[in-house]
Design a binder for this molecule. Structure first.
Ligand SMILES: Cc1cc2nc3c(=O)[nH]c(=O)nc-3n(C[C@H](O)[C@H](O)[C@H](O)COP(=O)(O)OP(=O)(O)OC[C@H]3O[C@@H](n4cnc5c(N)ncnc54)[C@H](O)[C@@H]3O)c2cc1C
Length: 360
């Protein structure tokens, strides 16, 4: 009999894995929202909310053989998951891919896509009427956001605040130096090595005064928190022998299993497997998971198969608006043209619309 696979969470990991396995296993994808959010486009969407129609992608056409169930899973057991209304789905294998949360205007805090549209549009209005903008957090999202705002609204006074002493210290120096010089050319003021002592919200934008760790303050018409992702792992916390880390990620074994349940797997942002919380990481995990489940469905034992190995040096594409930016790949650091062509111009929107079988 065809093996049953239940995937919890239809983000980058769950949606793509469901599609790649639906002809080999009996796949059920359970997702609490009625649309997929294409995260890389959300940074530009705050300056151009008209994009929302093309980057919030309905699930209806994602699968042709498998099933998408719109519901929230509240419990996971060794061979079943339970929904809020009490419905149970039995499974031979379960993949937990509940992802992560971020600022409310980048990823929804709840399940309603309509509410999310309102949050993004509202931030855009606040942005339009603000003169001074302070972005708290200079990781990829905060830095990219500074570039997007400055490119679309060059008249704004933008400050980017980082508690680190430099940008992207894990990458070759050339990458950070080039990004920094582009930010400076765009008149973005960068404050390094400064902790914000009084951030009022880690999720929503607001106006006010930030007190920094060197005793100085910044008054801004709009303070935008961009302090990073936090993994969503409440379901896995209940499983035997699972360990949740400070950032919300769960420890997994070499086969991406988070607990003593041999048939329950976990991947994407929630899995502490050595990858960063990125789509780039997911793009490495999906082929491994696909191959592994196909082999299991064909009767192989997991221990006969190759364990997962994370990226050693993952690529990074960092646009600063549609035409500028830098990219890092193992072969080197690249500038505006490559970054624009790979990501900046189109933000991979066509790729994901195609995945969801939507027209361009
Ligand atoms: C603004 C922004 C820009 C980004 N840009 C890039 C980029 O350019 N490149 C890159 O590599 N990475 C980027 N990332 C990171 C990327 O978005 C994440 O790595 C990616 O979303 C992880 O995919 P995932 O499937 O693990 O989780 P998610 O995409 O978070 O999906 C998890 C899904 O699980 C669902 N879910 C959660 N709990 C339940 C439940 N109990 N029941 C049912 N469903 C549930 C959620 O509704 C959600 O749809 C960006 C992130 C942000 C916030």
């Amino acid at each position: 009999m065809t093996k049953k696979l239940v995937i919890v969470g239809g983000g980058y990991l769950g949606a793509q894995l469901a599609q790649s396995l639906e002809h080999d296993l009996d796949v059920t994808l359970i997702e609490q929202r009625d649309a997929f959010i294409h995260a890389p486009a959300m940074i530009r969407a705050i300056v151009k909310p008209s994009m929302l129609d093309t980057v919030l992608l309905p699930y209806e056409k994602l699968l042709t053989k498998g099933t998408v169930v719109k519901a929230k899973v509240i419990k996971v057991e060794e061979h079943s998951v339970t929904l809020e209304d009490g419905t149970q789905f039995g499974a031979d294998y379960i993949v937990l891919a509940t992802g992560s949360t971020n600022s409310a205007f980048l990823k929804p805090t709840g399940t309603s896509i309509d509410d999310f549209r309102i949050v993004v549009t509202d931030l855009n209005k606040k942005l339009a009427s603000a003169q001074s903008v302070a972005i708290v957090g200079a990781g990829t999202v905060g830095t990219e956001m500074a570039g997007e705002i400055s490119s679309a609204m060059p008249e704004k006074d933008i400050t980017l605040i980082s508690s680190d002493s430099t940008l992207f210290s894990q990458l070759p120096k050339k990458f950070a130096t080039s990004i920094m010089s582009k930010l400076k050319k765009a008149n973005i003021d960068i404050k390094f090595g400064m902790r914000v002592e009084n951030l009022k919200s880690t999720s929503n934008a607001y106006s006010g005064t930030l007190h920094l760790s060197d005793g100085s303050s910044i008054e801004a018409d709009l303070i935008i928190p961009a302090i990073g992702s936090r993994a969503v792992s409440s379901l896995v916390g209940e499983l035997p022998n699972s360990t949740i880390r400070k950032n919300g990620q769960v420890d997994v074994d070499a086969y991406l299993r988070p607990s003593a349940y041999a048939n329950v797997f976990s991947a994407g942002d929630m899995a502490g497997c050595g990858d960063a919380m990125t789509i780039v990481a997911v793009s490495r995990q999906i082929p491994w998971l696909t191959k592994t489940f196909k082999a299991l469905a064909a009767g192989k034992q997991l221990e006969q198969l190759k364990p997962y190995s994370p990226w050693r040096k993952a690529p990074l594409f960092l646009p600063l608006g549609p035409s500028k930016g830098n990219s890092y790949m193992v072969i080197g650091t690249f500038g505006d043209w490559i970054t624009r062509k790979i990501k900046g111009e189109k933000l991979f929107i066509d790729k994901y619309r195609k995945l969801f079988r939507l027209n361009k």
